[in-house]
Design a protein around this ligand. Structure first.
Ligand code: PCA
Length: 205
């Protein structure tokens, strides 16, 4: 039986004109391995990003929700291990919000671990020769806000949640800022998605 993957990328933020997460998501094939993909661009706005994703997930009932975000300064594709119950922004989001030391969800647990197969994904991406490693902090900005909210909402359900931060694209990266070409980001996501549901080891590379 085929499975459904809801995959999201963010709008540009912080004065930039593109976001590599959406550039990569929109370039993905519509079918990867066991999955049919539903792609979605979401606003870089606290609360609203998660709201949009949950509305779509309630409508399409995916098996997995995989969210992608930009992490300026990182040199690797980084599946996130943990989401924390904290909003703390160093720049405004796209609606001008700049929360400081607020919970994502008042009364929620301090943290959740990813429920998607992030270790299998990481190994598959590395086998493609693309730099990839687990990250133990998704920050406290909109990406973490989305990741935490989804893990909280779908805790104890069959819907698996993952988040992957990706480096800047070469055209965004200034002096000394690491980047990866779009083709590598797309290949990394395809390999990760394919590997995330497999009885036998296999990669798209
Ligand atoms: N990265 C930001 C939010 C949107 C994005 O692509 C983050 O890491 O929180």
């Amino acid at each position: 039986m085929r499975r459904k993957l809801l995959i999201t990328g963010f709008e540009a933020f912080g004065g930039e004109s593109i976001n590599p997460s959406w550039e990569a998501v929109k370039a993905l094939a519509d079918r990867i391995g066991e999955y049919d993909l539903v792609k979605m661009q979401i606003p870089t706005v606290f609360g609203e990003a998660a709201q949009r994703v949950m509305e779509e997930a309630d409508r399409i009932q995916p098996d997995v929700i995989l969210c992608i975000g930009q992490a300026r300064g990182r040199s690797m594709v980084t599946p996130e291990v943990v989401a924390i119950n904290l909003r703390e922004a160093s720049i405004p989001d796209n609606a001008g919000n700049m929360p400081q030391n607020e919970p994502v969800c008042a009364g929620g647990p301090n943290a959740y671990f990813a429920t998607a197969e992030i270790r299998r994904m990481t190994e598959a991406v590395k086998r493609c020769g693309i730099p990839c490693g687990l990250s133990y902090s998704a920050g406290a900005y909109v990406c973490n806000d989305l990741f935490y909210t989804l893990l909280h909402r779908y805790d104890g359900t069959d819907i698996k949640i993952g988040f992957i931060h990706v480096p800047c694209l070469p055209e965004q990266a200034g002096d000394g800022i690491p980047s990866l070409p779009l083709a590598d980001l797309v290949r990394a996501l395809e390999a990760g998605i394919e590997a995330s549901f497999h009885k036998a080891e296999k990669t798209v590379c």
